[in-house]
Design a protein around this ligand. Structure first.
Ligand code: ADP
Length: 295
């Protein structure tokens, strides 16, 4: 709220300064109509002044937005770390204080394991995001079987969310798909996309993956869900670091806003592109990963 106020303050300040500069310049021109040389000089300075002011205001607004996103990120990461830790602590205390039957103990151990997986997942995502920002990153590209790799990721997500085979359908590829890539990084890409597809689909996810070989020399992997969808105004922003679509009163699944940023960095470092389509809220989304065919 304080930030929003200061954004408004800077925008109003910028507009007032521009209005003042225009008034000064018009007055000055009227007083010095004959002196053409001075007039030209004045116009140049005027243009410089205005450009400087506009740049200054844009910069300030952008900085404030960035800070806002970083705050939101810190909040969500702290929450993502705190919740499973608090849960593990509670179960440990219970185990220590009470003599529980064997099967209850087993159940508690499973919950604690799931919580520690969640902790590890968050830490790994933060690490992956800072890794993708390293300039001199080395990518080890080897031939990979992309349908098989995606199927492995689908298995992992099904077991993460305790889903049946039908919740994620990986369709057979009709063509040979010669791809060279870093297989660990590609797993990160499809684990993130499938995780999101399930996470933003509510209770009954229906996700499908298909493969296409394009005449343009690109392989496409389409990850399609029938979930909550993405408003068209948000389609560009979702790939930004820390960005999450505003909840607008819904209860939002947890997240850090890093997944799609990591996905895009990895795909682009492989010479590919990531695209997203959605017909709007509650009408599902399709993420398309485009990768170049290896020669
Ligand atoms: P996170 O899921 O941790 O918030 P991501 O970077 O993976 O971060 O996604 C950014 C945002 O894009 C999410 O907060 C969500 O609003 C939106 N999003 C991503 N995938 C989907 C999807 N399959 N369906 C609907 N919204 C999605």
């Amino acid at each position: 709220m304080r930030r929003r106020k200061s954004t408004i303050f800077f925008v109003v300040l910028g507009v007032l300064l521009i209005a003042l500069a225009v008034a000064l310049q018009v007055g000055w021109i009227l007083l010095n109509l004959q002196q053409i040389a001075l007039l030209v000089l004045g116009i140049i300075f005027f243009a410089l002044l205005i450009t400087g002011l506009v740049l200054n205001t844009t910069f300030l607004v952008r900085e404030i937005r960035k800070n806002e996103q970083q705050d939101a990120f810190l909040n969500s990461v702290t929450h993502e770390l705190k919740t499973p830790l608090a849960s593990i602590r509670l179960y440990l205390q219970t185990l220590k204080q009470r003599d529980l039957p064997k099967e209850k103990q087993e159940e508690f151990y499973d919950i604690m394991l799931a919580d520690s997986d969640r902790l590890l997942g968050t830490v790994e995502q933060v690490l992956a995001a800072s890794k993708t920002r390293e300039k001199a990153r080395r990518i080890v590209q080897t031939p990979i079987d992309i349908p098989e790799l995606v199927s492995e990721c689908a298995d992992q997500i099904r077991s993460r969310y305790h889903l049946g085979e039908d919740a994620i359908r990986v369709l057979d590829a009709n063509d040979e798909l010669p791809i060279e890539a870093d297989s660990e990084e590609m797993k990160t890409v499809f684990l993130n996309l499938l995780d999101n597809a399930v996470k933003y689909s509510g209770d009954d996810p229906e996700v499908s993956v298909k493969f296409r070989l394009r005449s343009t020399g690109m392989v496409e992997v389409h990850v399609k869900d029938k979930g909550r969808g993405i408003p068209s105004s948000e389609l560009k922003s979702i790939f930004k670091r820390f960005y999450r679509v505003p909840a607008n009163g819904r209860t939002d699944p947890k997240g850090t806003g890093l997944g799609l940023f990591i996905v895009r960095s990895i795909v682009e470092s492989h010479g590919g592109r990531i695209l997203v389509k959605s017909r709007g809220l509650n009408r599902g989304s399709t993420f398309i990963v485009r990768l170049p065919v290896s020669r």
